[in-house]
Design a protein around this ligand. Structure first.
Ligand SMILES: Cc1cc2nc3c(=O)[nH]c(=O)nc-3n(C[C@H](O)[C@H](O)[C@H](O)COP(=O)(O)OP(=O)(O)OC[C@H]3O[C@@H](n4cnc5c(N)ncnc54)[C@H](O)[C@@H]3O)c2cc1C
Length: 387
């Protein structure tokens, strides 16, 4: 590992320990979205001057320009707190949206939306999922539609579970058009976007919550189209391949920190005449968690190498997402179990991590759907071998 990266990791660990993790105590019990917004902007003020801002984005965008095989280590480190990715501007959904805008947006769109996102001045959201009978796991069920007449697009859509929508400045929205699925870029203060509700959910740490939105006959121009009409699903994939992996990185940080609390507890707590750390069933839980962390890191690093070489990682990102999301949930669950009632309390963040991590098996594609896609690809290859 190069010495610059070791120094950056140490710097980020120090930043997390001194600036970020101490703020977690403000989030015990009930807190609102306003609170997250305030702490987020205060931490970003620190993050901007920390020299750790946007490690993976090119230097011309104000990032550190690190390759993924290096940047992923910083994503894991920042992931040790739910607030860490916010502080250095690598949190979802902005991080995935910045990547997509960087790759696909035209110069005017980059100036209007990408640059303020990069500077952390605004937030964004990505509107794809719809209430039944619209698109969820199956994107071909997309109901949102935009029809073009006399040069003006008219958009009708109902979307829900849109992370970050409350307080976001812009949404990327997927709708069907005559050309196929198309992504539009729309300011969230548009008078015909109705934020119906912030949906009450199991998790609480997403800035802007998860929202239900109606898009009620918005009139849009070609300037609001991202890239080419009809390429929306391709663009969604450009966003999702790295975005699935970065979710894995951030959640792995959470799992590692949970395990550290469990190890500390097991070393200090005795039961039936010996330390918990000497109880074999506890040892098994600790060992299984370390095995899963190592396997997760290895999968992420492999996929990062592919990203750096410009290779498509769709299959590998799917496999990594399934494995890591399940591993992370198991590791946090075991950690909480080892800590007994202490794990359930809010004296430690493990109980909060338990709630926050559960949705990861559903979003970015439910794990069952990834398994279906992985198996389909495997059978396609098997069929080719047999012809
Ligand atoms: C916390 C959170 C944040 C989110 N953020 C966003 C966001 O920012 N933007 C956005 O557009 N969406 C977002 N989503 C939505 C998310 O992408 C969808 O929940 C996900 O795609 C699944 O769609 P669905 O909820 O409609 O489930 P459904 O499609 O109704 O599926 C329900 C369940 O059925 C099972 N299932 C479905 N298909 C199959 C299959 N082929 N084989 C086996 N089992 C299957 C799976 O277990 C799945 O969980 C978010 C969701 C959550 C929970």
């Amino acid at each position: 590992m190069n010495t610059d990266l070791i120094a950056l990791q140490a710097q980020l660990r120090d930043f997390m320990n001194t600036k970020v993790i101490p703020r977690e105590s403000e989030f015990v019990g009930h807190f609102g979205l306003e609170k997250i917004e305030t702490v987020r902007s205060e931490l970003q003020a620190e993050g901007r001057k920390s020299g750790l801002w946007l490690p993976h984005l090119p230097k011309e965008l104000g990032g550190l320009g690190l390759p993924w095989v290096d940047a992923y280590k910083l994503f894991i480190e920042a992931g040790r707190s739910m607030l860490g990715p916010q502080a250095i501007n690598i949190a979802a959904p902005d991080e995935g949206n910045m990547h997509l805008l960087h790759v696909v947006a035209n110069e005017a769109q980059k100036e209007r939306w990408l640059m303020p996102l990069v500077r952390g001045e605004i937030r964004s959201c990505f509107s794809m999922t719809e209430p039944p009978p619209g698109a969820g796991s199956d994107p071909s069920m997309l109901q949102a539609s935009a029809v073009k007449e006399n040069g003006v697009w008219k958009l009708e859509a109902k979307k829900w579970f849109i992370s970050g929508a409350w307080g976001a400045a812009v949404t990327l929205i997927l709708a069907k058009t005559i050309e196929g699925a198309t992504i539009f870029l729309i300011p969230m203060n548009h008078p015909k976007i109705h934020l119906k509700r912030v949906i009450p959910t199991l998790d609480h740490f997403s800035p802007g919550g998860h929202c239900e939105l109606d898009f009620d006959g918005l009139e849009l121009t070609d300037d609001d189209v991202l890239g080419e009409p009809g390429k929306g699903f391709d663009y969604a994939q450009i966003r999702l391949d790295p975005a699935r992996l970065t979710h894995c990185m951030r959640w792995l940080g959470v799992a590692m920190r949970s395990l550290e609390y469990a190890e500390g507890y097991a070393l200090s707590r005795s039961s039936f005449g010996k330390k918990l750390s000497d109880q074999q069933m506890v040892q098994q839980m600790i060992a299984d968690s370390h095995i899963e962390i190592f396997a997760s890191q290895t999968m992420i690093e492999h996929a990062c190498g592919m990203l750096d070489r410009g290779e498509r990682v769709r299959h590998q990102a799917s496999m990594t997402k399934v494995f890591v999301s399940e591993a992370v949930n198991k590791i946090i669950d075991r950690s909480l179990q080892i800590m007994g009632s202490t794990g359930i309390s809010e004296d430690y963040p493990v109980s909060s991590f338990y709630k926050e991590a559960r949705p990861f098996r559903i979003y970015d594609g439910a794990n069952e759907v990834h398994r279906m896609s992985i198996a389909r690809r495997a059978f396609r290859r098997a069929a080719e071998r047999h012809t």
